[in-house]
Design a binder for this molecule. Structure first.
Ligand SMILES: *[C@@H]1O[C@H](CO)[C@@H](O)[C@H](O)[C@H]1NC(C)=O
Ligand SMILES: *[C@@H]1O[C@H](CO)[C@@H](O)[C@H](O)[C@H]1NC(C)=O
Ligand SMILES: *[C@@H]1O[C@H](CO)[C@@H](O)[C@H](O)[C@H]1NC(C)=O
Ligand SMILES: *[C@@H]1O[C@H](CO)[C@@H](O)[C@H](O)[C@H]1NC(C)=O
Ligand SMILES: *[C@@H]1O[C@H](CO)[C@@H](O)[C@H](O)[C@H]1NC(C)=O
Ligand SMILES: *[C@@H]1O[C@H](CO)[C@@H](O)[C@H](O)[C@H]1NC(C)=O
Length: 412
């Protein structure tokens, strides 16, 4: 398997967990990222990719897609000042492992608190992301913090979705429900947690909601920043007599933009993933052009200024991770495998576990409180006036607060 050419596997440790009367052995292997050998080819291709000398229609900004000036700046930075080794060292500061579950190799970060009462928490990323989008929140969540008078900390697990980075591509018929099942196995049978809390963003919301619906005895709190339900149109919001604040109005306009003028990528990736995936397979600048515009359009317009850490280096790290692990093609198949992830019919998950929801002003979608309450046991609805689609990069302190807010509702 091609991934193993790129990675250094260190000492192997066998974890044994007793589940009922059955002994199940999982071979959990420590993992370090070592993609340095692939970097010269990346640099060669970045150096030898031509972009147009000038924009065809200079009056057009980012609204028709990635701007030429923005892309050229990123291309130059990638070649001249971007330091892969420094990024790799930062990624490797997190304890990483791989394990085989149902024939899938699952890569995951596992950072534990020193507190024996820490709550197990899974963070679920989306596309075009990876565990990289959670780096600013992982370690703070393992540290103790007083929440409503209670001492709260987490044991944080960040698994890679199948087909992303170091998690192997799944079989053709794989869905988010299958991912939820193997991630539940990861938390329970592999890591030995009897119950745990879940956070999801983007596709991670689809997986997280599936965990919440299908594993109601182990998933005992869920926090989402998006719902796997189709956002309402302004007409539907008006027809339901829902009045919006100024911040929510911005979010609703973002939802309209995402589901109309920014929907092409979703159609393409869910219908002809090979056309796109093969076209960009060996083109770092092509992948950058496809992905960077989304980081720009889907984040807070103040991205890169505090508290946002979503700067150009973060975008280049995210795209480098896709290119260097050969996962651009396999990552977009999730759209083909789950084309109806946004359910137009809001229905309630069969669970009494608490659901917390945060609406970030510049998210790609908007879900009013009344509608979030239709899909689960909603106990908290928060609106943040800073941040976009990548809460972990766009507003890490707010996401840390959102996740700590789960603790008072969590009961094992
Ligand atoms: C880019 O290519 C040019 C021309 O071959 C070469 O002189 C230059 O050193 C290359 N730059 C990098 C960073 O590889
Ligand atoms: C919270 O728990 C940690 C770890 O058990 C402990 O070191 C710390 O003193 C506690 N803080 C408070 C305010 O109880
Ligand atoms: C999906 O495909 C795998 C083989 O790749 C097969 O074992 C499994 O039964 C299939 N599942 C469904 C639901 O068709
Ligand atoms: C919205 O308000 C109008 C006027 O008060 C009322 O006729 C209608 O039934 C309301 N719609 C809903 C969905 O509550
Ligand atoms: C879990 O789901 C099952 C099946 O839908 C349901 O019967 C049960 O009441 C649920 N349990 C909890 C704790 O919500
Ligand atoms: C916070 O603590 C107060 C006082 O003990 C309690 O009434 C309230 O329900 C708690 N809030 C949460 C979210 O648990």
């Amino acid at each position: 398997m091609v991934y193993f050419l790129n990675i250094a596997l260190v000492v192997s440790t066998a974890f044994t967990t007793v589940v009922g009367a059955t002994n199940i052995n999982f071979d959990v292997k420590p993992f370090k990222i070592d993609l340095s050998a692939e970097v010269p080819r990346l640099k060669f291709l970045v150096n030898n990719t031509r972009l147009p000398a000038k924009a065809l229609y200079p009056s057009i900004g980012e609204e028709e897609g990635t701007g030429l000036g923005f892309l050229r700046d990123l291309q130059t930075q990638w070649l001249t000042s971007f330091d892969w080794e420094a990024q790799q060292a930062e990624l490797n500061q997190f304890q990483q492992f791989t394990v085989d579950i149902e024939g899938q190799t699952v890569h995951f970060v596992h950072e534990k608190s020193e507190d024996p009462n820490a709550i197990p928490l899974v963070l679920l990323h989306g596309w075009p992301g990876s565990f990289h989008e959670f780096l600013p929140v992982i370690k703070p969540l393992t540290e103790s913090s007083l929440v409503n008078g209670t001492n709260v900390s987490y044991n944080v697990v960040v698994p890679g979705l199948p087909g992303f980075l170091f998690s192997s591509p799944p079989p053709l018929n794989w869905t988010v429900a299958d991912t939820a099942r193997i991630f539940n196995t990861l938390m329970t049978d592999v890591l030995g947690y009897e119950t745990y809390a879940v956070h999801g963003t983007d596709w991670g919301c689809g997986v997280g909601y599936s965990l919440y619906s299908d594993f109601n005895s182990t998933v005992r709190a869920l926090q989402l920043v998006l719902l796997p339900f189709l956002p309402l149109s302004p007409e539907e919001i008006a027809a339901n007599n829902i009045t919006l604040t100024a911040v929510e109005e911005v979010s609703e306009q973002r939802a309209v933009a995402w589901t109309t003028s920014d929907w092409g990528y979703f159609k393409e990736q869910s219908t002809k993933p090979n056309d796109l995936g093969l076209a960009l397979y060996d083109s770092p600048v092509g992948q950058l052009a496809w992905i960077a515009g989304k980081y720009k359009r889907w984040s807070d317009p103040r991205a890169g200024t505090p508290p946002s850490v979503l700067d150009h280096t973060a975008i280049l790290t995210a795209v480098s991770l896709y290119y260097l692990t050969d996962s651009f093609l396999s990552s977009i198949w999730i759209y083909e495998q789950n084309p109806n992830v946004l359910n137009p019919v809001y229905s309630k998950a069969p669970t009494d576990a608490p659901l917390l929801f945060s609406q970030y002003e510049y998210s790609i979608g908007f879900w009013p409180e009344q509608y979030v309450a239709k899909v689960g046991n909603l106990v908290s609805y928060t609106v943040h006036d800073f941040g976009g689609h990548w809460a972990g990069l766009d507003n890490p302190p707010a996401l840390i607060g959102d996740l700590r807010a789960m603790a008072p509702y969590f009961s094992a």
